[in-house]
Write a protein that binds this ligand. Sequence first.
Ligand code: ADP
Length: 387
Amino acid sequence: MALAKDDIHNALAKVMSPDGKPLTETGTLSDFVVTDGKVFFSITVDAGAVKQWVPIRARAEAAARAVPGVNSVMVALTAERLGAPSRSASGPGQGAEPQRRPQAPAQGARPRQGGAPTHAPAGIPGVEAIIAVASGKGGVGKSTTAVNLALALHDLGLKAGILDADIYGPSMPRLLAIREKPETIGGTRLKPIMRHGMPVMSIGFLVEEETPMIWRGPMVMSALTQMLREVEWGELDVMVVDMPPGTGDAQLTMAQQVPLKGAVIVSTPQDLALIDARRGIAMFRRVNVPVLGIVENMSTFICPHCGGRSDIFGHGGARNEAERLGVPFLGEIPLDLAIRENSDAGRPVVAAAPDGPHAQCYRDIAARVRDGLQTASRPAPKIVIEA
Ligand code: ADP
């Protein structure tokens, strides 16, 4: 049975806002997507009224879930600052999806043309630092690096967590062999999945991997907001965010909307990948996120038979590029079958072989990231001029 938007609309009309109006008449609903039994929408309210709306969000989610044919529902409650331009509300009963280009939602900081954002997004309570692991293009080993970096930070004694924000190809379900869905707590918050002592949340837990979704800018942000702010992350020293590859609108939106303390860029050594890495660095600089450094992945090939080394893609390109661009070089990871095999088996190499040379490589990189974060958050020295 095809799921009609009107059915959802009728269900939501029975949910009342804090001042007793049917939800569908409040102008707070937007970003409606109904596809394949999945329902997705946002409720955008004034920042000052968010608390009153938390139970409404839960009721709206429950009402939508009760509609026959609905398998999963994702409702993001987002706060709009007073006086900010309101975004267009397109309720489910209001016809077809507006065909918009991906764009940043109105409630957040938007970079001025070519400049820095007007304000930094609010932090996540209990989370000390959030870092992005990014790459200029796909397939360079960004997700592999993200998960092993998080495990290595954990090995160094930090409380680490992983947020898989790669909307185009969430990898954490595969990399960490996670097949279960996160439980909800009190109908409003999600419990992350625990792996290797770390909380993990992935967009792949919320939408099926096999059914690609067409992501529009506001949806990206709503999903991300939900994963950042409506998940019981607990106390974390560092949250590692696996970003979508590339430097397009969705990536820029994320880079400016997530309260990032820093970014790690993953690149392979060859020139082409480095051009993309340079774009990544430029993107983070544009939104005032410190680049903690570059990791050269698939650096040297180690032959599984003879142990010989060959520089298939060249070697040292990322180190030279980092120097040229004035960003730290964090280290290199060899191209090794063991890394790929362990990853595909759902056991990242740092967890599978903690005493091996690869785990050590990742721990060295993690130590540099940890030190970089300390430098990034240290206040500038006070200059006292003595008379
Ligand atoms: P991305 O997130 O950049 O798309 P992935 O982390 O998914 O890339 O990696 C792409 C593929 O390359 C995966 O099959 C992964 O196991 C493999 N891979 C990543 N890094 C290495 C490495 N250093 N050595 C061998 N294989 C690797």
